[in-house]
Design a protein around this ligand. Structure first.
Ligand code: PLP
Length: 425
């Protein structure tokens, strides 16, 4: 459920007509709903109610400061995968003891920075990283709380590029080696074992792979405890999928996910951490674009928009589907026609949808990509020197630009000339 609904024939974000924001800000832009973000965060809180738990928002899915602060004020922790995201979390007012640091390539500088400013735990992904963390922490006279990210060799049955829990994936340590690495961790200075971590992929639409992974983690937890380790926390990662089409997808609900967690892990007497990104942010955001041209081709027609693959790369990168709807509601019973929906970038990959049935549209009409809140703005670029598009946050009847569109001068002046060149006037 989200808060982007038609009212009097015009699509609204909460109580604000998108036509008003478009007239003010210009297209294309991202638009987020505070009510939807809040609702989705609370679904996880409710799903884990009664369990000692922390919901850590995966910053990489949507990292605008206004979004992070909205969630932080609701009590969210944060899952970060870089020093930059760690700084974003701090800047949003999240205390270090609510920040978990994931990722396969943490640098010494990132470790040092997080140890200086506070960290709930590092989710360590290899024995090599563990040793480096031990040396960094020891040199600082600090102690780094850690979990080991375990790769349970479970197929998440999701898109190839976002499956992370099979043994051929680069993530985590093989579950078969986990006990040996925990044994080593226990001997290292500057390291405190606090738990176990797992994250098997993103956009999972079935609970079975989660359950398979969590069962293995439950067994491992018992073995590690028998080995004498203190395992008081399980980080279960993110990955719960969302419906990208209104019609036929029914991914599991957070409540069902929570019930499964209770069933599989409830008797372990552990603190549960989860790291959802997409389910909180995905349907809380849309991308609003304008039609530039309708182009009639041979046997196919093209709807050319002012948004492109640099603004929303998911269709080009993952073959992802986004529902695309007009801001002015199409009259009931209107005949739909198939069009290829594309952007202006000079690549055939810049195609959002092929043969998509759409109502008649004209230049300057507004359209909306639904479910674009997660892995949308954060993956955008300025390819073709197209400025990063603005982000707008709506709350009830208010809206605010939370990242402005840069000017062309700002973009061009980011480049610097070497001393041997003379600047042109
Ligand atoms: C990407 C990622 C997440 C978030 O995944 P979603 O599918 O957006 O919920 C959580 N944890 C880790 C370690 C990740 O890499």
């Amino acid at each position: 459920m989200d808060h982007f609904l038609y009212r009097d024939g015009v699509l609204h974000a909460e109580d604000v007509p998108l036509t008003r924001i478009a007239a003010d800000v210009g297209t294309p832009f991202y638009c987020y709903s505070t009510a939807t973000l809040t609702r989705h965060f609370r679904l996880f809180q409710d799903a884990l109610a009664g369990l000692d738990h922390l919901v850590c928002f995966a910053i990489k899915s949507l990292s605008n400061q206004a979004i992070l602060q909205t969630l932080a004020e609701l009590g969210a922790g944060m899952d970060v995968v870089s020093g930059g995201e760690y700084r974003r979390a701090l800047a949003a007012g999240v205390p270090g003891d609510r920040i978990v640091f994931s990722g396969v390539g943490k640098t010494r500088a990132e470790m040092e920075y997080a140890l200086t400013h506070g960290i709930r735990q590092f989710n360590v992904e290899s024995a090599e990283e563990l040793r480096v963390l031990s040396s960094v922490a020891s040199a600082m006279g600090a102690v780094a709380p850690i979990t080991l990210r375990v790769n349970p060799d479970v197929d998440a049955k999701t898109h190839e590029k976002i499956a992370t829990g099979r043994k051929e994936d680069k993530f985590g340590v093989p579950i078969t080696q986990a006990r040996a690495i925990y044994a080593e961790a226990a001997t290292l200075s500057g390291i405190e074992i606090v738990g176990v971590d797992v994250h098997i992929g993103s956009q999972l639409t079935d609970l079975a792979p989660f359950e398979a992974a969590f069962s293995k983690i439950a067994d491992l937890t018992r073995e590690l405890r028998a080995d004498g380790h203190t395992i008081r926390r399980l980080d279960l990662g993110g990955g719960l999928g969302i419906p990208y089409t209104r019609s036929n997808e029914t991914p599991p609900l957070p409540l069902e996910y929570g019930a499964m967690i209770r069933r599989v892990l409830g008797d372990l007497d552990v603190e549960i951490e989860i790291e959802p990104g997409r389910l909180i942010a995905g349907n809380a955001g849309i991308l609003v674009a304008s039609v530039i041209y309708l182009k009639e081709g041979e046997g196919r027609n093209f709807l050319i928009l002012d948004a492109a693959m640099n603004d929303l790369i998911r269709p080009a990168m993952y073959g992802a589907h986004h529902d695309i709807v007009p801001v002015q509601e199409a009259a009931a019973g209107l005949e739909l026609h198939p069009v290829d929906i594309v952007g202006p970038v000079c690549e055939s990959g810049d195609t959002f949808a092929k043969a998509r049935n759409m109502p008649p549209l004209a230049p300057d009409d507004l359209v909306v990509f639904r479910s674009a809140g997660a892995y949308g703005a954060v993956m955008s670029s300025e390819y073709n020197t197209r400025p990063l598009i603005p982000e707008v946050l709506v709350k009830d009847d208010q809206y605010a630009v939370i990242r402005p569109r840069p000017s062309f001068d700002e973009i061009i002046n980011r480049d610097t000339l070497p001393a041997w060149m003379t600047p042109k006037p």
